[in-house]
Design a protein around this ligand. Structure first.
Ligand SMILES: O=C(COP(=O)(O)O)N(O)CCCOP(=O)(O)O
Ligand SMILES: [Zn+2]
Length: 311
């Protein structure tokens, strides 16, 4: 069932659990994620970045956004679990417009690289406009470092909880991503993971809306090992330990962005299958192994975030 993101996140916020938001760029990840969520009888958020929309539309933003809406809606309308489609890290208004027009459940306006006042003004504009089309809105305060295709920031700038209160009141944003020390990609920390739990607790107390954790992949050793056994080189990769993410959920995180863990699981499966089946050239075979690993990651994450059984 295709739903609005705000609806499932508010339920999660009231009951102190979280819903993973899994990034997709193609059909294979979509199938693996939804099948995992069905098995866990859980709500799930599918999200696409601007890079994913550009990739799927082969450069045509509207075609990419429409393609994802049609794929996700078609699948969602044929199953019972609640499924939302979210634009992740909307930095350019043309992508946000394309997503709203195509029928996304929600959009992120990511103006976190701007000064506070500018971020607030831009976000307020997008909220007014997206709400008029029944689309909910996520925004970000503070900055995550780390690199993914189009999402790059040089350093971590942690959220100011007092600013978060003003920001939420002034903009009417539906859910907020406070930067508390995570970063995108597979190389999150040089030493031990360091998340600012006190800051997160204060943001929740002062805003009382669903909160989002970006850069939340754990970089799972079992899949890093398989990928490296079959030729990958992920030396130095380090993610957020599951127990730290669980603590964030207890403190009020309700949407947990997960992309890198799926990417590593998928490439591990494909590498393994191709090495073990040198004569195979049917993508339905070698992609399947990657999809199976992605589904495993999806089911584990739904379980430990407390989303299982909450459909
Ligand atoms: O927070 C996350 C993912 O965090 P992770 O890297 O820890 O999975 N995201 O918003 C995913 C960002 C993906 O962007 P792109 O498609 O441009 O590479
Ligand atoms: Zn992110």
């Amino acid at each position: 069932m295709y739903v609005n993101t705000k609806e499932i996140l508010e339920k999660a916020s009231k009951n102190f659990y979280a819903i993973p938001a899994f990034n997709i760029n193609n059909l294979e990840f979509l199938i693996a994620i939804i099948e995992g969520a069905i098995e866990k009888n859980a709500p799930v958020i599918i999200e696409t970045s601007e890079g994913a929309i550009k990739y799927a539309g082969n450069g045509d933003i509207y075609r990419g956004a429409n393609l994802f809406v049609k794929m996700v809606r078609e699948y969602a309308d044929s199953v019972k679990i609640p499924i939302a489609l979210h634009l992740d890290h909307g930095k350019h208004l043309e992508y946000i417009a394309a997503a709203v027009k195509a029928g996304y459940s929600s959009v992120m306006i990511d103006a976190s690289h701007e000064e506070f006042e500018k971020n607030l003004t831009i976000t307020k504009e997008v909220v007014k406009w997206a709400h008029a089309s029944g689309v909910s809105v996520e925004a970000e305060l503070g900055q995550l470092s780390g690199i993914e295709d189009n999402v790059y920031a040089a350093e971590n700038v942690l959220v100011d909880p007092e600013q978060a209160k003003i920001f939420v009141e002034e903009t009417g944003v539906d859910f907020l991503a406070p930067a508390i020390g995570t970063s995108h990609g597979a190389f999150k920390f040089k030493g031990e993971a360091k998340l600012d739990f006190d800051r997160l607790k204060k943001v929740k107390e002062l805003t009382n809306i669903p909160l989002v954790l970006h850069g939340a992949s754990s970089v799972l050793k079992q899949f890093v090992d398989i990928a490296e056994e079959f030729g990958a080189d992920f030396g130095g990769a380090k993610g957020v330990p599951a127990e730290e993410i669980k603590k964030c959920v207890e403190l009020g995180i309700n949407k947990v962005n997960t992309d890198t863990d799926l990417r590593i699981a998928f490439v591990a499966g494909v590498r393994k299958y191709l090495k073990e089946n040198p004569k195979e050239f049917d993508p339905r075979k070698y992609f399947k192994e990657g999809m199976n690993y992605v589904k495993e990651v999806v089911m584990d994450r739904l379980e430990f975030l407390g989303a299982s059984g909450k459909a």
